[in-house]
Each structure stands twice: as C-alpha cells, then as structure tokens.
Design a protein around this ligand. Structure first.
Ligand code: B3K
Ligand code: ZN
Length: 871
C-alpha cells in the first residue's frame, strides 16, 4: 500500500503568487543524459507577501543557486523532491540556478524528453518544473529568452517567438537564441532540437503582415504535412473573419513528434503535435484522420488568443481556455464540413464521453472545485461540455451580443491570466442580461433530464408544451438546482410539412423556449393541426430529452424533420428503443421491420448528403446504449444490436449493394467533405452488409479491400472482413501488416482494428498482441491503439464473464504507471463503470480497481482516479 495519501488542491484556497518572474533567460546545453539548464530570472515580490520563496522543481539535479550573483550555501536554501525554498529574499532580485536533467530517460514524456532521437518538451500542465526551478502556475507571466546549444547533428534548434541569433560553436556544436516578446506562463514554453524536414508557406494577415509558416516533420515526410498546412491557413483566415483575431508573431511553427501523451499542444508560436494528428496522405491516413487533423490544427491555432494571449488564473479555470477553444474549433469545422454533420458528430462525442463521465465516479462540473492531479481533469466535461455551455450562452444572448462579449473579453483581458467569472461578466455587459443564474452551469455537474408533454386544442388551434427538468445526483454532488436551459423547437404536421405557428403574436417556424426553473409551459397559437413537436433542435442544450410522443411521430421526423440533427436523432432513438427492448427480452419484430423500411426510404432521399446518410445508417454504439439503462448487461446489448444489424442487412440488401457499387470512387482522391462523405457512406453500407452471413459478403469485402486505393477504403474493407472473420480476414490482416510495417501510424491502425474484434475468440489474440514485436508500450500511440481501443470500443470482449478483459486492462495500467503516470491514468476510465454493471461483472471489475490501488509506489494520477472509482 501507499504510505502517504495525496492531498486535494482546492479552488477556495487560491492565493495570488508571492513572487513574479518578469523576465527569464534560459540556456540549454543539450545532451541526451546530461542536459544542463541555466536560468536567470528577474524576480519580484508581489504586494504584501512576506513568505519565503518557494519554487517548484522535480527530478532536477541541482548544481548551483545564486541570488544577485552570490552563490547560496546549503544553509541558505533547501531543495526537496518538490520544492526549492529560500527564506529571507529581497523584494526584487536576480535568481540564477543551474540544474542537470536526463531527457533520454524521461519516459513520462513531461518536461524535456527525447522522441525519435530528438529533444522536445511538454509542459502543460505541470511539466516545466521538471526543466528548471520555477513558480509553476499559470498566473505567473514572463518574457522568455532562450539560448539552445547542441551538437550539430541536432540540426534544428527551435523555441518560442522569434529567432534572434544563431551560429556555430567549437567542437562540432551550434546554437540559436529565441526571444518571445509576449509574456507567457511557463506551461506554454517549448523547445525542439533535432533533425527535421520542413514544409514552408506564408500567409498575409488581415492587416497585410506576412507570416512565415513552418511545419517540421521526420525527414522525408514533408509532403505529408501539406494538408495540415492547408488547414492552418484556413484556420488563420477563419479566425480573422469569425472573431477579428489576427496572428501576432512573424513566424508560426508546428513540429510533429512520435511520442506524445495526447493530441497536440498550443505552445506560443511553436505548437507540438502528435504525428498522428499532423501527417496525412491518401495512402496512409483515413478520412477520419484528415478530419481530426483539420480540427486539431485549428484548435491549437485558436488557442493563440483563447489560452495564450489570455490565459487561466489557475487550473480550475481550465474550461476558460479549453471549452472556449473547442467551441471555436467546432464553429470552424461546421463551416468547413457542413453544420448538421459537424453538429451530429460533436454531439455523438459528447454523449459517448461526457455523459458517461457524468454517470461515473469522476463526475465534475466544467469548473471543478478540487483536484489531486490536474492532469486528470483534461476531460470531456471540461472540453466538450465546456463548449456546449458557451453554445448555450450564445443561443441565450444572440449571435450579435455574443460577438460583442467576445470582443470585450479580448480587449479587457489581453495579456492577463483570468477567470470564468471575468469571462461571463463580459457577456453580461455586452447583452445587458443578468447571467448570474447561468453561472450554475460552471459549478454543477451532471446531465439534466428534460421531459416534454404537450396538449393540442383543436378548437382553439393551440398547443401547450410543458417542459420539466430534473437533475439527478452525481457522485460529487447529491443536491442539484434547476439550470437555465435553452430549448429550440418547431412543429410539423403528420405528413412532415413545417407547421407555422404564432408565439406572442408573431408568426414563426421555430422558437426558443427558456426552461429556467423546474418547469415551464408555453402555448403556441395558430397551430392548424395536431403537431409533431421537433424539440431541442440542433441539440440546443446538453440534456437527455424524453417526450410523451408516440413512436410514429419519430418516423415523421426521421423522414422529414427540417432540422437535420433531429432527423438523425429520431432514427437513433427508434433504434435504441428496439435494441434495448430486445436486450430486455422483449423483441419487437414488427417495429424492427418498420425501422428498416424507414431507413431504406431515408437512404433514397436525394436531398440529403452522403455524410449525413452514413450517420443515419450507423446504429447507436453499444457503449452509448449502456448509458441508457442499468444494470448493464453488455452481452445482451451486443446480441440485440447484432440482431437489428442482421435484420437491416437482410431487409436493405439491395439498397446496400446499390450504394456499395454506385459510390465507388474512380476519380482523384480528395479529402474534402464531399469525397469523405461518399467513402463514409460506402463503408457504412459495407459494414452493415457484413452482418449478413451470406457467402458473397466475404468476397465483396475482400474485393473492397483489394481494390482500395486509399487508406479509408482499406480500413473499411479490413473492418468488414474482421466482422465476418475467417481466412479472408486472416489473409488481409497479414497482407496489411506486411505492406505497412514500416509506417508506425498505419501499424497503430492494425493494432486498433484487432483490438475492436468482437468475435468470441478475439480476446486471446488481443492479449497475445502485447508480445508482438511491433508492440511498444512506451509509445503512447501504440499503447492506446491496442489497450484503449480494446477497453473503450470492444465492450463485449472487455466485459467477458471471466473478467479476463478487466484483468488485462489493470495489468497494463499497473505496468505503464511505473514510467508514464499520465498515460496510465488515461486508461483507468473504463474501470469506473462497475456500479452500473450486472453484479457478476461489477464485482470482478471492482476487484481489479482494488488490485491497482494496492500497488506500491502507485502514481498520484492513477491513485486519484482509481480511489474515486472505488468510492
Ligand atoms: N492544452 C493541451 C492539452 C494539454 C494536456 C495536458 N495533460 C492541448 C489542447 O487542449 O489544445
Ligand atoms: Zn485545447
């Protein structure tokens, strides 16, 4: 067992920093095992603070500490595992320190480490303290000058800002000096050194300045950065047009690295990316990769204003930059790829990840009030729900006031570290509205349940809608208050035609109802016939909506709701009802046939695009279905979903084949939304066909794989073969590995695909893959491809009755935690759901959590999540 219990950090205990660092000069003498870091800091005491200087510092070998040029004796300072403490310092002084660090042995990938023979950094949230002694908190903003010295084989020497000097040094070494004119918190510091190729371009900004754009990648890979470059230029222009935000330095750089704990990092002027989110060409990247690259390049770029120019006062305010930047990213993606499809995908992700969080042990508000490790709070709640809350704010105050509020926020807080309160205040001022009740969204966790009841008065031609909310308790907060919820709605007749109506004397097609309190009733006039109500259009609030409407109204919506989100939603709702009914032992065969008919008609609708149809054709995921009922029996859900897939595959056989043949791409590959949509629909059709045990399906899938001219179709074919199983799958799997074994990002796909295999014998193969020569648990991409894909996307095998799936995950967590706690902690989540499972499984899962918590020397990261999951 662990000996010390880590302490929680609380928002209520926030104190401004005692010491500020106005300016810093860093000198790096880079060596793989013995890098020396010299730091010269201009420090000043802030206000009335009288306490000693306490700076963070971890895993540093101290060489010297001096104040105003005088080296301190051992009696004048102390250094322990976490802090440098110096009592009795003056009010302003120069602090000079020198430390040694070991980047080559830094397998936690935080601070300065090596990846693929190059030096790189990751400092958010608390990695800078592993580089030098520093007040490592986001409200200390400093101007950085950085000198890098290294052997000339580390060809590129990069850091934030502008390169102001560089040249050769004796002994085959060289150097570069970088200056960043914008004061920044240390979490935005970055350094990269190594052999890299560069793709260069330029962009003229709205004020006519030319910015140099550079993307650095593994030698030989520059052509694979072209799509990221294109996405970067589109993002820069979009931010000018949508938010009036211009880039501020003369140089913007992105570097791709192979070993990275998550997606990417918005360091000032020097973004660092996981190579999987940057490199793409048709032969090695899928459409989904392209889509994610576009979104993440935009996201990190948008941080330059929402995160970097204006940063967070403390880590409790994380959603101030993350929720807002996701919101901006989603606006960009909607403009690039179509609003409805982008919205559906965003909501799918929100439900799968964030709604699950709300139902589990880590439920927390978008601004939590305490944490043990901030790294554990880079969650779907902070990011995705944080974005939803901003979307609601915009809906409530209107687009114009929203933009005014953003302008005010940029003007008022530029160059500062601030809070969520200060952000909301800008919108209160811009809109003239009292937003104090809205603030509850920042402090209350959980997914509200909203029910809609309606009554139609044919004589008076009125419909009265009553919306009621309940807020179920979450693991962190038993008591809840009602939240202000914007509900956008419209009416249709039973033939699917839009029904106009009057609200407050005005004729409209759509209206916004604010549910602010437990319940609200609104009466709409001039309603000519009994309406179908299309409520929560565009998913206007992150809630679970239930209505008293009969299923036939869902069919009207599926056929013709003008709100495409709700059109898709009604199909998902119908499917979920059928699958869960069957899983509970009440199959509705007539209903299943009816659903198949309706889906067939929707697929033939000439007006909707292919990307949308691909979403219609995909049934709700097993993990999403599991959120709708408890106790959860994953095997029953899997069997019921497969039964519906089979029925659809048989019923829609002709239509699916027609799609599969008709959508074959014969022209040039284009990663744009239209091309991706066609491929998505064709591959979704094939996936559904794979549920049909007819002999030819295996041949069609094998043919699809063989004829594929891009990675999307190859994976589509391989996926269908995996679902069918048998020799054709084995052959294709071997062929795929042989062809791509030299391409790490593609080998990740090979692991991930096998990890998602639901067939009965798959678990043995999955466990065996950890011994495959290409498996490398120290590379987060490879580890996640196997372990995370298995635990998150293969519910029927993960929840095997023997408990072997849980044991496998726990073994991996324990092993990885020894060297990379951040990545180990990210694997804990699937073990958090034990309470909602049928008891036979729940006890086995719980036992694995207990085994993890008992491990000696467990990291704080994993400890926090595993103990919360057990509570
Ligand atoms: N801000 C980083 C995330 C840092 C995660 C630290 N564990 C990337 C992003 O959200 O843009
Ligand atoms: Zn971000």
């Amino acid at each position: 067992m662990r000996t010390e219990t880590p302490q929680a950090i609380r928002l209520s205990e926030y104190r401004p920093p005692a010491f500020l660092v106005d300016e810093v000069h860093l000198t790096f003498d880079l060596q793989p095992n013995t890098t020396r870091v010299k730091a010269r800091l201009a420090v000043s005491r802030d206000g009335d603070h009288v306490e000693p200087l306490v700076f963070n510092g971890e895993r540093l070998k101290p060489l010297s500490v001096a104040i105003d040029g005088r080296r301190l004796t051992d009696a004048e300072h102390t250094i322990d595992a976490e802090f440098l403490t110096i009592p009795g310092v003056p009010d302003t002084f120069t602090l000079e320190t020198e430390v040694e660090i070991d980047p080559a042995n830094n397998k936690a990938l935080e601070g300065l480490y090596m990846s693929g023979g190059r030096f790189c950094t990751q400092c958010e949230a608390e990695g800078f303290r592993k580089i030098t002694f520093w007040p490592d908190r986001p409200d200390v903003l400093s101007r950085f000058t950085v000198r890098i010295e290294a052997d000339r084989r580390y060809q590129r020497l990069l850091s934030n800002g502008n390169r102001i000097e560089g040249g050769d040094l004796p002994g085959g070494r060289h150097y570069a000096v970088w200056n960043d004119p914008f004061p920044k918190p240390c979490y935005l510091f970055a350094l990269v050194a190594g052999e890299l190729d560069v793709l260069e371009d330029k962009l003229v900004t709205m004020s006519g300045r030319t910015v140099d754009l550079q993307i650095y990648v593994d030698p030989g890979m520059a052509s694979r950065a072209a799509y990221a470059m294109d996405a970067l230029k589109r993002s820069m222009t979009w931010d000018e047009q949508a938010y009036g935000r211009e880039y501020d330095l003369d140089l913007f750089m992105i570097v791709a690295v192979r070993d990275f704990n998550f997606g990417a990092m918005e360091n000032k002027g020097l973004n660092i990316f996981n190579a999987s989110l940057l490199l793409a060409d048709p032969a090695t990247a899928t459409d989904l990769d392209y889509e994610r690259i576009e979104a993440v390049v935009a996201h990190e770029y948008f941080h330059n204003w929402t995160g970097n120019r204006i940063t967070c006062r403390d880590w409790f305010q994380l959603c101030l930059k993350e929720g807002l930047t996701v919101f901006r990213e989603q606006g960009f993606c909607a403009d690039m790829r179509g609003e409805a499809v982008a919205r559906i995908k965003a909501v799918k992700a929100l439900r799968t990840r964030q709604f699950a969080e709300d139902q589990g042990p880590l439920a927390h508000p978008i601004r939590p009030s305490s944490y043990m490790k901030i790294e554990n709070f880079y969650t779907a709640t902070i990011y995705e729900k944080g974005s939803e809350v901003i979307g609601m704010l915009k809906t409530l105050i209107g687009a114009e006031a929203f933009r005014k509020g953003m302008d005010l926020y940029f003007a008022r807080w530029d160059g500062h570290a601030t809070t969520v309160e200060a952000f909301i205040q800008c919108f209160a001022e811009a809109s003239g509205q009292d937003l104090s009740r809205f603030f509850a969204w920042y402090e209350q966790a959980g997914t509200p349940r909203v029910s809609l009841a309606r009554s139609y008065d044919a004589a008076a031609k009125t419909v009265t809608l009553t919306l009621t909310q309940t807020n179920p308790p979450t693991s962190d907060q038993p008591e809840k208050q009602p939240l202000p919820l914007p509900v956008t709605l419209g009416l249709m007749d039973h033939e699917g035609r839009t029904l106009a109506f009057e609200r407050d004397g005005r004729a409209v097609d759509e209206t916004l109802v604010l549910l602010d309190g437990e319940t609200v009733s609104v009466t709409l006039d001039g309603v000519d016939s009994e309406p179908v109500v299309s409520a929560l259009r565009g998913f206007s609030a992150p809630v679970v909506l239930t209505t008293d409407a009969p299923a036939r109204e869902r069919y009207v919506q599926l056929a013709s709701d003008p709100d495409l989100f709700n059109r898709w939603e009604s199909g998902q709702d119908l499917a979920a009802g059928l699958i869960l009914g069957r899983a509970a032992g009440k199959p509705d065969e007539v209903g299943e046939e009816r659903y198949a008919e309706a889906l067939g008609r929707a697929l033939q609708d000439q007006a909707s695009d292919e990307a949308f149809k691909a979403l219609l054709l995909t049934l709700p995921a097993e993990t999403d279905l599991a959120l709708l009922r408890s106790p959860v029996d994953p095997a029953a859900i899997h069997a019921a979903r497969e039964a519906l897939r089979l029925r659809l595959a048989v019923h829609l056989d002709d239509e699916l084949r027609r799609l599969h043949t008709g959508l074959q791409d014969l022209g040039e590959f284009s990663p744009d939304a239209a091309g991706a949509g066609r491929r998505a629909l064709r591959n979704a059709a094939l996936e559904l066909m794979a549920a049909n045990p007819r002999h030819e399906v295996a041949e069609i899938a094998a043919g699809h794989y063989r004829a594929a001219r891009n990675m999307t179709d190859m994976i589509g074919g391989l996926n269908a073969l995996m679902l069918i199983g048998g020799p054709a799958y084995e052959d294709a799997l071997a062929d795929f590995f042989e062809r791509f074994k030299a391409e790490p990002l593609v080998v990740d796909k090979w692991f991930a695909l096998q990890a998602r295999d639901p067939s009965e014998t798959a678990l043995g193969r999955i466990l065996g893959l950890t011994a495959h020569p290409a498996f490398d648990a120290q590379n987060p991409n490879r580890l996640r491809a196997l372990v995370s894909s298995f635990a998150n996307f293969n519910p029927v095998r993960f929840h095997e009755p023997s408990g072997a799936g849980y044991r496998f995950l726990a073994d991996q967590i324990i092993a990885v935690d020894r060297y990379n706690p951040m990545t180990a902690a990210r694997l804990v989540d699937p073990l958090g759901g034990w309470k909602r499972l049928v008891p036979e499984l729940g006890t086995k899962m719980r036992a694995e959590l207990e085994r993890i918590v008992a491990v000696e020397g467990l990291s704080r990261n994993v400890y926090e999540l595993a103990t919360r999951a057990l509570d």
